[in-house]
Design a protein around this ligand. Sequence first.
Ligand SMILES: Nc1nc2c(ncn2[C@@H]2O[C@H](COP(=O)(O)OP(=O)(O)OP(=O)(O)O)[C@@H](O)[C@H]2O)c(=O)[nH]1
Length: 219
Amino acid sequence: MVVRVKPNPHHCSKAMDGSQQRFEANILLLGAENVGKSALTVRFLTRRFIGEYGDIESIYSHNDKIDGREISFNIWDSLYPQNCGTPESVSDKQLQWADGVILVYSICDRSSFKVVQQQVQLIRRSRKMSPTAPIVIVGNKRDLQHQRTVSSEEGRLFALCSDCGFFEISAAETYHGVLLVFHEVLDLIKESKAIKKGVAGLKGIVRSVSAVFGKKRAE
Ligand SMILES: Nc1nc2c(ncn2[C@@H]2O[C@H](COP(=O)(O)OP(=O)(O)OP(=O)(O)O)[C@@H](O)[C@H]2O)c(=O)[nH]1
């Protein structure tokens, strides 16, 4: 089931508990205009490529079952340019909301690759998002090889150097590539949340041990 709602950054997934069956993930799609952010989103949600998508910014909620576990995806398909600061800027609200980011460029639009490069720097420098939150870079429109201006190697190398995931796909041609992108982000979000939980658990142990020793010293 897909539900389309207006962007509400207060809709938050951070209350996930490993013991619960349902896993909730907030995924933010960013990138320059016309690169296929909406095409990717709609392909993932409906398996269809419809060609024209209009200029609507939305958060879509989608429930799925993967490996027997209920998954709740919230996908924020953002509009470019973002309505704050410089064109490539990303709002604090978006970063606070997101558990993971998909940054999309078009392989036949070099300026869109530059926007992705700038957005990676901005996200990495921001304190609004967990440093363990994953970023996956997607070179879209792979079907337009004859118009290519960004090589696969360049995209892959940049992603590798920036510690981001990387895919080259065509939202127009196949559903499978799009599915792989969303599943990768989901897996990385799970890992990131597990790391955060581990760190929190460790802090709890340190606090308990300190409390015991503190008490003993006081006796
Ligand atoms: N050839 C080709 N065209 C694509 C592909 N993905 C999207 N498009 C086309 O690119 C255009 C822009 O797609 P959108 O999904 O609206 O792009 P967007 O990034 O959401 O654009 P904004 O809403 O302006 O931010 C549309 O005409 C799509 O049909 C693809 O993989 N291959």
